[in-house]
Structure formats: structure tokens, C-alpha cells
Design a binder for this molecule. Structure first.
Ligand code: KG4
Ligand code: ZN
Length: 340
């Protein structure tokens, strides 16, 4: 991300994502200790790659930044140490960035939607709705009361015996339903009634996904061993139910306030079935824009952290070299009353 004070809109020159899926997949989930070690091994090669691709040198940068919350502390520490060291070496400011604000900023990297907008944040750790009035003001208006939707994908995939990471695997399994190379379902067996999944009762703009997961547990236990057909059938209906709940809350939020655009950010936004459902929504409501960043900007990436840091830079908001990292978003502000 090239940061020129004279240029209000940054240009993305290069970014590099080093997947850790291979490290974690045999454990069926993220192992914090291994994640920290992988960060340590990957951070300098990633930096080298973006410097080579962009043709920039380290002394060209106006500031250095890293995520400071929320996240796995070991991994956050690696990023902090690297960025703070560069800030010291090149006598530049250091800027700590909130990961969630980074995801929200991912929508601005390659588009300039009309504001105010409604943003749906769907990741492995968060599922929330925000009113976004400008690049720096995000007001929380709804959030999950239990699991995040990405977590529901990951847990569902595990239950169905699918690999890691669960979200993309479950999406693939769901896409195979109904597939022509699979035998037709046994008509004597009742089709799973996930309809009630779509009518999860939560207040206002809050979400809840744990009931859907329990329902899946119940169905899997009842069926016993699962055939490939069972897996794709259950994956399809489970995914449909999760998305029905998301779309239901987004539709409600759109009626409660006046928004010019809708954006969906976070890892789950890379799901094609969700993207198609958003297209359907576009035809039903009078939004001028529906923004979903390209898939590589939806899942965790440094470009979104760079964009958020750039906004802090323009606002003269710098962090101390003594600044700390935090596992959670702190302080937990009161709903509806406060921005992040
Ligand atoms: O935003 P992200 O990369 O990291 C967090 O901040 O959590 O999101 C990761 C989450 C995981 O739960 C992953 O399973 C889910 O996003 N995810 C997906 C897809 N790709 C990633 N969920 C559904 N469909 C996908 N294609
Ligand atoms: Zn994330």
C-alpha cells in the first residue's frame, strides 16, 4: 500500500498471503503455538515478496503497521515485533490496527461505494452488522449472541467429516447437491426439514448460530454413518439455513435505516452461494451498490490492515512503540451507543 499524504485514495500495489492450512489441517483446527511459529517463519519471505512485486524499498514507506487486536497473541506479537522494528530502523511512525476495522476497510480497497452503508461482517470469530458513515466511523448495530457464522461452517464441516478449513470444504460439498453423478435420495426417507433453521428467533439485528449446529449434530447422530450423498445433502441445507438467517437480518436492517449501499466482508464473504444470494437481494431493494471484495481480500490479508492504517495515518493517529496487543476487542463498548 503506497501512502502518499497528497493522495487521499491509496493504490494497492502488492500484498501477499501465506496460507497456514497445511500446518493446521491434520489437527482439524488452528493450533495457536504452531500459528505463531508459522508467522515467524513466513513474515520476512512475505515482506520480501511484496517489496519485489511493488518495486519499493523499505525506506520508501511513510509508516509501518500491524494488527493489534483481536487475535491469537503469539501471532499478533510477531507482526508487532516486525513492524515496530522497521519503524525504529527507518524512523517512521508505528500504527496498530484493529482487525475488525481492517475487515470493514477491505470494502474500500477496490471500490468507493456510496455512504452511509450497511456492512455485514462474517468471519471465523465475528458476525456483526455495522452502519458505516465514512471510512473511520463504524457503528455496531447487531452481532451474534453465540457462534460466528464462520465458526458454524467450521464446526459443521467437522461434524460432516470434511477437511480443514471447514468453510470452503463445506461450500464445495454443498455445491455437489444435487449432483448428477450421485444417486437420487431415497424417497422413503423424509427430507431433512431445515426450514426451522431459517427462522431462528433472535431479537432485532442479533444473530444466533449455535441452534443450527445442534440441529446438525442431532441429524448426524440419527443417520449414523454418512454416505457422500448424505454429506452433500446436509452441507447444502445447513449452508442454506445459515445464509437464510444472515439475509433475514440484513433485510431487516435495511428497513430500519436509510442506506445507500450494502457491503459484506470477512472470510465467509468469499462463499459463492452467499454472493449469489446478495445478487438476488440487489434486485429486491433499491441499493445503488452491493460491494463484496474479491475473495482474497475477504479472508485475512495485510491489504485491509494497510488501508485502515492509512486512514489512521491521514488522521495523525499513531501508536506508541510501547503499545500492547490484545486477544479481544477492548474495551467492549456498549451496543448501539458506540463506534469501535
Ligand atoms: O476473515 P477470516 O479469514 O478470519 C477471521 O478473522 O476469522 O475468516 C475465516 C473464516 C473461517 O471460519 C472459514 O471457514 C470461513 O471464514 N470461510 C468460509 C469460506 N472461506 C472461508 N466460509 C464459507 N465459505 C467459504 N468459501
Ligand atoms: Zn479476519
Amino acid at each position: 500500500m503506497e501512502a502518499k499524504p497528497s493522495d487521499p485514495w491509496p493504490t494497492l500495489l502488492s500484498f501477499s498471503v501465506q496460507s497456514q492450512n497445511e500446518v493446521h489441517e491434520k489437527f482439524g483446527g488452528i493450533v495457536p503455538e504452531l500459528a505463531s511459529r508459522a508467522h515467524l517463519q513466513n513474515i520476512l519471505p512475505c515482506l520480501r515478496k511484496v517489496l519485489d512485486e511493488s518495486g519499493l524499498e523499505l525506506h520508501d514507506f511513510h509508516f509501518f503497521s500491524a494488527t493489534d487486536r483481536p487475535g491469537l497473541v503469539g501471532s499478533l506479537l510477531i507482526g508487532h515485533c516486525a513492524a515496530k522494528t522497521l519503524a525504529c530502523l527507518f524512523d517512521r511512525p508505528f500504527i496498530g490496527v484493529n482487525h475488525i476495522e481492517g475487515h470493514l476497510c477491505s470494502l474500500f480497497i477496490e471500490s468507493q461505494p456510496k455512504l452511509p452503508l450497511l456492512a455485514l461482517m462474517v468471519s471465523g470469530g465475528h458476525t456483526s452488522l455495522y452502519r458505516v458513515d465514512d471510512f473511520d466511523n463504524f457503528t455496531l448495530i447487531g452481532e451474534t449472541l453465540d457462534d460466528a457464522v464462520g465458526e458454524a461452517f467450521d464446526k459443521g464441516a467437522k461434524l460432516l467429516g470434511l477437511g480443514f478449513p471447514g468453510g470452503p470444504q463445506l461450500e464445495l460439498a454443498a455445491r455437489a447437491w444435487p449432483a448428477s453423478d450421485l444417486p437420487l435420495p431415497d424417497p422413503s426417507r423424509p427430507i431433512i426439514n431445515f426450514i426451522k433453521f431459517g427462522s431462528v428467533q433472535t431479537k432485532d439485528l442479533d444473530f444466533s448460530f449455535s441452534g443450527l449446529k445442534s440441529e446438525l449434530v442431532r441429524i448426524v447422530q440419527k443417520r449414523g454413518s454418512l454416505s457422500a450423498l448424505d454429506v452433500s445433502e446436509l452441507a447444502f441445507h445447513y449452508q442454506e439455513a445459515l445464509f437464510r438467517h444472515l439475509i433475514q437480518k440484513v433485510s431487516l436492517a435495511l428497513t430500519q435505516d436509510s442506506y445507500k449501499s450494502l457491503a459484506v466482508v470477512g472470510g465467509v464473504a468469499s462463499n459463492l452461494a452467499l454472493r449469489n444470494k446478495l445478487e438476488d437481494l440487489r434486485s429486491k431493494c433499491s441499493l445503488s451498490d452491493i460491494v463484496v471484495p474479491r475473495a482474497s481480500l475477504c479472508t485475512d490479508n495485510a491489504a485491509m490492515i494497510g488501508f485502515r492504517a492509512y486512514r489512521h495515518f491521514l488522521n495523525n493517529e499513531f501508536s506508541s512503540l510501547r503499545s500492547d496487543i490484545h486477544a479481544t476487542t477492548r474495551p467492549q463498548k456498549k451496543r448501539k451507543a458506540a463506534s469501535l
